[in-house]
Design a protein around this ligand. Structure first.
Ligand SMILES: NC(=O)c1ccc[n+]([C@@H]2O[C@H](COP(=O)([O-])OP(=O)(O)OC[C@H]3O[C@@H](n4cnc5c(N)ncnc54)[C@H](OP(=O)(O)O)[C@@H]3O)[C@@H](O)[C@H]2O)c1
Length: 256
């Protein structure tokens, strides 16, 4: 039964794989037996160092490669490099993304476009190029990063971010339907607030932290590690008959 969750022999590409959530997911994939590829725009020094850490911690092979998901050319180069090194691409985790919070009445359209370019176009570019390889190899699994803000409206300058995550929700479902005949499953993770470098100021401000905790029935903020089990589940045969779904990892925030 435990083998259901193993990823032995699989190659997992984690884009944004050295980020707050991505670094936990990269570690989790390797701990469960996958060879991992960590990619983002960061310089190869940083990415390469992170890949080396993963090798040391897990004993699994790991490689680093630069990519900007807003560029099809860049994504195509990454996929070629993965195939050249490992000969396969079985799991794609789109752990990249950003938020730019601005009041709606003043939202700069340049920031709006930047958010949609990375969060929405980037998701499609990554899925498209990975799925073309998965198709040739008889299947694969894709995990997008949605958010509780993909199905709930939030104030506080989140209009663009909510819009991008709503789009990720439906891209996930539409691709799941279109790619199902190719044995490619497409699901998403929907976290509530997760404490990372970018959000640790919230944890450090008791008033703000309590405001967020009040929205979470389990009464605590999320950690990147909370996403490892759900991600491994969606990547593995444990979720073999599941596609087009978002697994909300939110301490019950969306239960009501
Ligand atoms: N943290 C939360 O509370 C939370 C909650 C719900 C959902 N999420 C979602 O989870 C995902 C990861 O969030 P996070 O908190 O881990 O953010 P993070 O720590 O800022 O990591 C984001 C990663 O995305 C990469 N990236 C950004 N633009 C890119 C591009 N154009 N091409 C390739 N890589 C790019 C960044 O690396 P480079 O700068 O090197 O490119 C970075 O590694 C996002 O989609 C976010 O919306 C986060």
């Amino acid at each position: 039964m435990s083998d259901l969750f193993r990823l032995d022999g699989k190659v997992a590409l984690i884009i944004g794989g050295a980020g707050g959530i991505g670094s936990a997911l990269t570690l989790g994939m390797a701990q469960h037996g996958a060879k991992v590829v960590v990619a983002s725009r960061s310089g190869m020094d940083d990415l390469g160092k992170f890949a080396e850490e993963i090798k040391v911690k897990t004993g699994m092979d790991a490689m680093a490669h630069q990519v900007d998901v807003t560029s099809e050319e860049s994504m195509a180069t990454l996929v070629k490099a993965v195939l050249a090194r490992f000969g396969a691409l079985d799991i794609l985790v789109n752990a990249f993304g950003l938020n730019i919070k601005r009041p709606a009445l003043e939202y700069p359209m340049a920031d709006w476009e930047k958010l949609f370019d990375v969060n929405v176009k980037g998701t499609m570019v990554a899925c498209k190029h990975a799925a073309n390889v998965m198709k040739e190899r008889g299947g694969g699994t894709i995990i997008n990063l949605s958010s509780v803000r993909g199905i709930r409206g939030f104030g506080g300058g989140n209009s663009a971010y909510c819009g991008t995550k709503g789009a990720v929700e439906l891209i996930t479902k539409a691709l799941a339907i279109e790619l199902a005949p190719l044995n490619i499953r497409v699901n998403a993770l929907g976290p509530a607030l997760i404490i990372t470098k970018g959000t640790q100021h919230i944890q450090q401000n008791p008033e703000l932290a309590n405001k967020y905790k009040a929205m979470i029935p389990m009464g605590r903020l999320g950690l990147p590690e909370d996403l490892i089990g759900p991600a491994v589940y969606l990547a593995s045969d444990a979720s073999a008959f599941q596609t087009g779904q978002t697994l909300f990892v939110d301490g019950g925030a969306t239960a009501s």
